[in-house]
Write a protein that binds this ligand. Structure first.
Ligand SMILES: Nc1ncnc2c1ncn2[C@@H]1O[C@H](COP(=O)(O)OP(=O)(O)OP(=O)(O)O)[C@@H](O)[C@H]1O
Ligand SMILES: [Mg+2]
Length: 305
């Protein structure tokens, strides 16, 4: 692989490379249940999670119900400790629910589902330091039983898509934080998930890198048609990225409000963030999160837009 000269990828480079990446798996279809009713691709129904160890128990999530349609990009916001990571762990099958269920593409989740990939905040811990960038991205594909030639194609394409084509033989510790997070995103994208879960993936990077990574996620999402559930503390980020923002109450968690983000689909950091509607939506979500922090919760879960 070409190693030098090394250069930090620029946003414009990344956007042009993303346009060459295409999804090879079929688009997930809209589904209906036995009665012909529309059912979301990802369906969280009455999810409750109580952590119990010995005599101590913590009810992290009380009663969460919401759905995500195929190809949607939904952001989740809520006070710190309200159960966002717990929720994502339950959705990804890494944690058993206490009651309620998660249904993905019509199948109840009872372990890590095949069509799902997760990007966590702690890229430092999620990448294997003794493996190269290439090997980190390729590893889950090996485990999936994908042929060598196909692994090569997927790994090459996804690293190019995140602007790391020149860094195949580097090790994670030789990269900046933002670049390491790009590796984590490339690894998730190479897996060709139908659903991509992201848990505060950009919390540890600087503001400028964060903006670039936000645009990278939107570009990949548009290009690949993948369904994205994105957890963030950052209200501006949620409004900028999402088609919907689901606001969670404080723990034990329920949905406080499900806000439709009616901003134009074409978004860019300068224009979108300067729109009066962006300011309105941000103010609304901010107010609701403040209410959530003060313990405000609906008597019954709401879904308004
Ligand atoms: N393994 C665990 N055992 C016991 N309690 C836990 C465990 N993991 C989380 N909790 C508790 O569950 C609640 C929700 O935690 P969680 O990490 O899901 O919140 P969060 O919304 O992701 O927080 P943050 O915004 O800070 O990332 C907290 O009260 C936390 O202390
Ligand atoms: Mg968390």
């Amino acid at each position: 692989m070409t190693q030098s000269p090394r250069k930090t990828p620029k946003d414009s480079d990344i956007m042009s490379i993303v346009s060459t990446l295409t999804r090879s798996t079929p688009e997930p279809a809209m589904s209906t249940d036995d009665t012909g009713q529309h059912t979301p691709m990802l369906d969280v129904r009455g999810l409750r999670k109580v952590y119990a160890s010995g005599k101590r128990s913590v009810e992290a999530v009380r009663d969460l119900t919401f759905g995500v349609d195929p190809g949607e990009l939904v952001c989740l916001v809520g006070p710190s400790g309200c159960g966002k990571t717990t929720l994502l762990r339950c959705i990804s099958g890494l944690l058993e629910t206490t009651s309620g269920e998660v249904v993905l593409e019509g199948k109840r989740v009872s372990g890590p589902p095949e069509g799902m990939a997760v990007v966590f905040q702690e890229y430092g811990r999620s990448l294997f330091p003794w493996l190269t960038v290439w090997q980190n991205v390729e590893l889950p594909l090996k485990e999936k039983g994908i042929s060598r030639a196909e692994r090569k194609r997927l790994t090459t394409e996804s690293l190019a898509a995140v602007g790391l084509a020149d860094f195949h033989t580097a090790h994670p510790w030789q990269l900046s934080g933002g670049m390491q997070q790009r590796v984590a995103i490339a690894r998730a994208v190479a897996y060709e998930p139908h659903v991509l879960l992201m848990d505060e993936p950009f919390a540890a990077v600087d503001a400028q890198t964060r903006g670039e990574l936000e645009d990278l996620v939107r570009a990949l999402w548009e290009r690949l048609g993948v369904t994205v559930l994105f957890v963030t503390h950052d209200i501006d980020e949620a409004v900028y990225l999402g088609q919907r923002v689901v606001i969670l109450s404080s723990s034990p968690t329920v949905v406080l409000e499900d806000v439709t983000i009616d901003l134009p689909a074409e978004r860019d950091q300068l224009t979108t963030r300067s729109l009066p509607r962006f300011t309105e939506l941000r103010a609304h979500v901010y107010e609701r999160v403040q209410q959530a922090k003060q313990g405000n919760r609906p008597s019954t879960p709401t879904a308004t837009s």
